[in-house]
Design a protein around this ligand. Structure first.
Ligand code: ATP
Length: 265
């Protein structure tokens, strides 16, 4: 089986080796070429830690991350990252933002702008090429960031709560856009999220993590037909998946909440 991304027995402890905080414990997951997988878990389960490890931003962990079958440490050209917080450059237009990684690669201007326009169109921002990020909504800025990452043609797209700061309706509509992009590009994607609806709407598989230390509780195949859209949420099976995942997450989320309350008391 060809996997674009493999995470093998990854554990991460912050601080001292023996007494430090175990944030992620023995996590293994694989993402096939073209597959869309979400990792979901309660706050504090180590999602961002796992994201940082896969993206090469966090080191000093046990286990292995493989991209295209090759073990790797540190940032990797084949992993394109979309961050939770906004990462567009405010002084650059949408076109110049999306073309930036191609510019750094040394691609000639005409070629990079043509490619950038293609990805701008794909994320639904045609007509906004010359706009600066400040003139766009939060959702449009995140779409610019997604186009910029896709333009680089990474083997794996890694996204950490890319719509976390947006309202629910915008999230659903952006989900539609992500689905359309996935249909067109068949982009291998790992999404880190705490939003159950988003995970079910977008994914082929959902990996459910426990509260600290983050372990994999369950992997759920989302057997909903593709192409999907936000209308899929009215499908009766959609509701069953959401209920199943919430059932698994509820105990973990309340464990996290109780621990937080004990600390405050
Ligand atoms: N640099 C760090 N040093 C020490 N502890 C850390 C560090 N980063 C994270 N942690 C701890 O590791 C645990 C997992 O954190 P992480 O941010 O990965 O979880 P998360 O699931 O992404 O949480 P959230 O959804 O709230 O962002 C938490 O208890 C956190 O306090």
């Amino acid at each position: 089986m060809a996997y674009d991304l493999e995470v093998a027995n990854v554990s991460k402890r912050y601080g001292d080796r023996s007494s430090g905080l175990l944030a992620v414990s023995d996590v293994s997951l694989s993402v096939r070429k073209g597959e869309f997988v979400s990792v979901i878990g309660p706050s504090g389960c180590g999602k961002s830690t796992l994201f940082g490890i896969i993206g090469g931003l966090i080191g000093d962990y046990d286990g292995e991350v493989r991209v295209g079958g090759q073990s790797h440490v540190g940032t990797h050209r084949d992993i394109g990252i979309v961050f939770q917080e906004e990462s567009t450059l405010p002084w650059r237009s949408v076109l110049a933002n999306v073309a930036l990684p191609l510019e750094i690669q040394g691609m000639p201007r005409a070629e990079r702008e043509e490619l950038a326009r293609h990805y701008i169109d794909l994320v639904g921002l045609t007509g906004f090429e010359t706009s600066k990020p400040a003139a766009l909504s939060g959702g449009m800025r995140q779409r610019t960031a997604i186009a910029r990452t896709l333009a680089f043609k990474p083997r794996v797209l890694l996204m950490d709560e890319p719509f976390g700061a947006l309202d629910e309706q915008t999230r659903l509509l952006l989900g539609d856009r992500v689905l359309a992009i996935h249909t067109e590009l068949q982009q291998t994607t790992l999404l880190i999220t705490h939003n159950i609806t988003e995970a079910v709407q977008l994914s082929d598989r959902v990996v459910v993590m426990s509260y600290r230390p983050g372990r994999i509780l369950k992997v759920i195949d989302i057997d909903l037909p593709r192409p999907r859209s936000s209308e899929s949420i009215t499908d009766e099976r959609f509701g069953r998946y959401v209920a199943e995942i919430w059932g698994d997450l509820r105990a973990e989320a309340s464990r996290g909440m109780q621990e937080g309350e004990r600390k405050r008391a």
